[in-house]
Design a protein around this ligand. Structure first.
Ligand SMILES: C[S@@+](CC[C@H](N)C(=O)[O-])C[C@H]1O[C@@H](n2cnc3c(N)ncnc32)[C@H](O)[C@@H]1O
Length: 235
């Protein structure tokens, strides 16, 4: 297992949950206006936790608010980082229409131990889970960092039940390149970065990966001013 450099708490990741107000939709007009005026701060300059303390909707809140309504049943979140998605799923299970046992049985998995209660795995392309054992497999802001991403999606297809879904969020290559150059606090600044990692991926690349793994794309939706994409596909 790779070990992260210390001091990522409050920068790349946080033990503090994303606050309720930042996940609630639709945003109020005042919040929309504040988020727009402060966009350079919340999107480039400040770590998510600091943005939230200034009542700006953080980028992580934008991602999790986009993804949470699409979670179903037992979830496997790959590249889970601080396990925020699973922690939020457990908190909001009832509102999302999930059972508390599904939420409790949901798992976050990562190759790095970021100090959360994630299951530490060797690689997303080699999962220690049984066939058809999840209803949803998610890759939130991470498929670009996974070197064997094609194999990882094939593994996702193996562990998700027939008719289950895979969720991906991913920024495009250009915004990813610019963003990763600016985000002084992001998780890639706290570990070794492989030369084959990508900083973002185009919709065409994601569609191709999903198709090659045998998933059928059902929804492609842009969020955060069209700079990020959510993909929902069926096994
Ligand atoms: C940008 S972070 C995203 C974390 C979290 N999903 C979120 O949205 O906040 C990317 C994560 O992918 C993980 N990762 C990188 N390579 C991986 C691999 N081969 N298998 C699983 N996780 C991986 C990193 O350790 C990191 O936690």
């Amino acid at each position: 297992m790779a070990t992260p450099k210390p001091d990522h708490e409050g920068l790349a990741f946080s033990s503090e949950l994303v606050p309720d107000w930042a996940l609630r939709g639709p945003k109020s007009s005042a919040q929309t206006a504040w988020d727009f005026c402060t966009a350079p701060f919340r999107m480039a300059i400040l770590p998510d936790l600091v943005s939230e303390r200034c009542h700006m909707t953080s980028l992580r809140a934008e991602r999790f608010a986009a993804v949470l309504p699409h979670l179903r049943g037992r979830v496997l979140d790959i590249g889970a980082g601080d396990n925020m998605l699973v922690r939020l799923y457990r908190k909001y299970a009832e509102q999302i229409g999930a059972t508390s046992s599904d939420a409790t049985d949901s798992v976050g998995a990562d190759i790095m131990d970021w100090g959360s209660d994630c299951r530490i795995i060797e690689d997303a392309a080699n999962l220690p889970f049984k066939d058809d054992s999840f209803d949803t497999v998610s890759f939130i802001a991470c498929i670009n960092h996974i070197i064997k991403r094609g194999d990882a999606l094939k593994e996702a297809k193996r562990v998700v039940r027939p008719g289950g879904r895979v969720l991906i969020t991913m920024i495009g290559p250009l915004i990813g390149k610019v963003g990763h150059a600016i985000w002084w606090y992001s998780e890639d600044k706290h570990r070794e970065v492989d030369k084959d990692e990508l900083m973002g991926m185009s919709p065409g690349e994601i569609r191709e990966l999903l198709k090659a793994a045998g998933f059928e794309l059902e929804l492609e939706k842009r969020f955060v001013y069209g700079l990020n994409w959510l993909y929902v596909a069926r096994a």
